[in-house]
Design a protein around this ligand. Structure first.
Ligand code: S3P
Length: 188
């Protein structure tokens, strides 16, 4: 059975969620399925800075990284519609959340701790997971960040399943969201 057509997507889709939630993996496949360009904000930050994120943290510190992240995402949101995967901390920034609210559809890829741990792995180049117990760090970040991620327009559970199954569920959720927006527009 073919799924009902998706209403035209006129806004970028912004994926948020913790490290290991699958933002890049699901985002790139989602973009392909929707025939939209895929952009990875972390890769764009590295391009703009001319060095790896781990080097930005080490050389300039996290605050400088966050400034760059905010600027790059704000710029990317002025580009034509795209699927944009953001780094796990990006949606913690109030002005980034505001920009996303104004101009995009946000999708929280929610994953449980064990899944995040298995995806982030032992050897890791993510600065926030370099020191200490990854489980403790991820648990703390879940507590801090989940309330902000929950502000996203759509929540999709990232599960142990083939990526295309998660993409299917994301498209279904988008369809429901877009339909409710259209209904809201008509009655509002
Ligand atoms: C971070 C997540 C990373 C990257 C940086 C900080 C975070 O991106 O932006 O290491 O604060 O959670 P991913 O979520 O793509 O790993």
């Amino acid at each position: 059975m073919t799924s009902p057509a998706l209403p035209k997507i006129t806004k970028s889709i912004v994926l948020v969620g913790l490290m290991g939630a699958g933002k890049t993996c699901i985002g790139s496949r989602l973009a392909e399925r929707l025939s939209m360009p895929f952009v990875d904000a972390d890769a764009e930050i590295e391009k703009a800075a001319g060095c790896a994120i781990s080097d930005i943290f080490e050389l300039y510190g996290e605050d400088a990284f966050r400034d760059g992240e905010r600027r790059v995402i704000s710029r990317l949101l002025t580009d034509p519609v795209q699927v944009l995967a953001t780094g796990g901390g990006a949606f913690m920034d109030e002005s980034t959340r505001q920009r996303v609210r104004e101009s995009a559809i946000s999708v929280w890829l929610r994953a449980d701790l064990d899944l995040l741990l298995s995806r982030t792995g032992r050897r890791n180049n993510r600065p926030l997971l370099k020191d200490g117990e990854q489980r403790d760090t991820l648990k703390r970040l879940m507590n801090e960040r989940h309330p902000k991620y929950a502000e996203a327009d759509i929540v999709v559970d990232s599960a142990r399943e083939p990526p295309n199954v998660t993409v299917d569920r994301t498209i279904d959720a988008l369809r429901t969201f877009l339909k409710s927006e259209t209904v809201g527009e008509k009655s509002g």
